[in-house]
Design a protein around this ligand. Structure first.
Ligand code: NAD
Length: 480
């Protein structure tokens, strides 16, 4: 039901009357339009969510929440191919990756169905007190109306991580997907409606961040904002949320390191490094875009890495065999290619890539790109580029690697590749990052907490931590 907003289980036109084009980044054509919601539309959606929350959803049974989430997972599986195709067209990612996102979404709705059903299990814990005349019980309750603001790199997954956890917790939501990739959020809303979601518990408004997004953040009827996106927008949202003291969770950017020690199996390590840098066109918050390579293996490793990067098949994500699609859109393409130009200007050496792959003349395609001779002050080393651009530095000692890894404002993820388990664990313990991988890369464990330290934000998603983010905690102390 694109072309409309989803409010109170109805498909409605935006009062603003304005629309946003949906562009296929593989061929630069417009194939759809979605409404550009304004403050009035946002107000309608928040009021619908508030009425649904106060009207009973906050007291809904764990069984009902579980049942609805399971039914939505079932409907997502049934619509797998359609959702995957839509995601690829809207975002550009290769179809197998879009289908993987759909499958993961179904699994996450099921995981939160189970957590919702167990909710009473962690409801009402008695504390052990040092006195015998008091009894204290700790309980959780749904937080209220939550605004869920998502980015464009994993539209289906980001919608799911937030909506599944919020609904499981007994909150009602207003989702605002990225204006660059709004379509699968609307498709998922349609499936939620089909799954029997009561009116108002899930509302989806499409629109620009500066307009619909800010109206949502400013709205006094919203109790919490769960935001995933850039650090700059996170900062803005936090300041806008201050006057109304809204709760805020921020999942922001990163510039994550992958450290490769000299004892690795080189072929396998090259695969993990490429995956961490180029999957989803490098548009992953946890992309390991800074490679720290032990100097003794650097020549052999870089040779294989260059060969590997050049072998990646870039093209329209709908074409079988394509491994890397286009970047998401024109503006982002400009940003990433400007960084490539800055890297060259600042004196880094282009080991491979940097241009449009041969044979492609339309679409926002960029070759997998690797810079060597990078210095820590260079923008390609410091800034989140959010594209298929990997910067390499060599190191001699463990201490040097740790210091370089931590020399960043961000603290989202880090990867350590080494056959020496003690060393890998020791290094991971000393890196300030919320998500770490040892001898693997970019594995999303949906049962585990996901989120960052430092300027990568705060709060955690996924697992029970994702659900706790949508709960208030309350103690009851009784005189015995
Ligand atoms: P963005 O910050 O530009 O936009 C994200 C969302 O915020 C969009 O829906 C946008 O419309 C909205 N928005 C923009 N300005 C707003 C404002 N002033 N008020 C309210 N809402 C506003 O980010 P993006 O370019 O869509 O996504 C890329 C960024 O997301 C990268 O920095 C990436 O690292 C980050 N990201 C983080 C995670 C994580 O889990 N930490 C996951 C995915 C992406």
């Amino acid at each position: 039901m694109s072309g409309k907003l989803f409010i109170r289980n109805e498909w409605v036109d935006a009062v603003s009357g304005r629309t946003i084009p949906c562009i296929n980044p593989a061929d630069e054509t417009e194939f759809e339009r979605v409404p550009a919601a304004g403050p009035e539309d946002v107000g309608r959606a928040v009021n619908a969510a508030r009425a649904a929350f106060d009207g009973g959803w906050k007291r809904s049974s764990p069984e009902l929440r579980g049942k609805l989430l399971r039914e939505l997972a079932r409907n997502i599986r049934a619509a797998r191919e359609r959702l995957g195709q839509l995601e690829t067209r809207d975002n550009g990612k290769p179809l197998p990756e879009a289908l993987f996102d759909v499958d993961t979404a179904a699994q996450i709705f099921e995981m939160y169905a189970e957590l919702a059903e167990q909710f009473d299990g962690w409801h009402g814990t008695n504390l052990t007190l040092p006195v015998d005349y008091l009894q204290t019980t700790v309980k959780y309750q749904p937080l209220g109306v939550v605004a869920l603001i998502t980015p464009w790199n994993f539209p289906i997954e980001q919608f799911t991580w937030k909506v599944a956890a919020a609904i499981a917790a007994g909150c009602t939501c207003v989702v605002k997907p990225s204006e660059i990739t709004s379509l699968t959020a609307l498709a998922l809303a349609e499936l939620a409606q089909k799954s029997g979601f009561p009116p108002g518990i899930l509302n989806v408004i499409t629109g620009y961040g500066s307009e619909a997004g800010e109206a949502l953040v400013n709205h006094p009827g919203v109790d919490k904002i769960s935001f995933t996106g850039s650090t700059a927008t996170g900062r803005r949202i936090m300041s806008l949320a201050a006057p109304t003291l809204k709760r805020v969770s921020l999942e922001l950017g990163g510039k994550s390191p992958v450290i490769v020690f000299d004892d690795v199996k080189i072929d396998r390590a090259v695969e993990w490094v490429m995956f961490g840098a180029f999957v989803n066109q490098g548009q992953v918050c946890t992309s390991t875009s800074r490679l720290l390579l032990h100097e003794t293996i650097a020549p052999a490793f870089l040779e294989k890495l260059k060969k590997g990067a050049r072998s990646i098949v870039v093209g329209d994500g709908r074409t079988p065999g394509v491994q890397m699609g286009p970047l998401v859109g024109a503006e982002h393409y400009r940003k990433v290619t400007d960084y490539v130009a800055a890297g060259v200007r600042e004196g880094a050496e282009l080991l491979t890539g940097g241009g449009m792959p041969s044979g492609l003349n339309r679409g926002y395609f960029l070759e997998p790109t690797i810079f060597t001779n990078v210095e820590p002050h260079m923008s390609v080393w410091r800034d989140e580029i959010f594209g298929p651009v990997l910067s390499v530095k060599t190191f001699r000692t463990e201490e040097e690697a740790i210091a370089l890894a931590n020399d960043t404002d961000y603290g989202l993820a880090a990867t350590v590749l080494s056959e020496d388990t003690d060393r890998a664990e020791r290094v991971i313990d000393q890196i300030d990052a919320g998500i770490t991988w040892q001898n693997c890369n970019q594995m999303v464990v949906m049962q585990a907490p996901w989120g960052g330290m430092k300027k990568s934000g705060f709060g955690r998603e996924l697992g029970r931590w994702g659900m706790e983010a949508f709960l208030e905690i309350k103690q009851r102390t009784r005189w015995l």
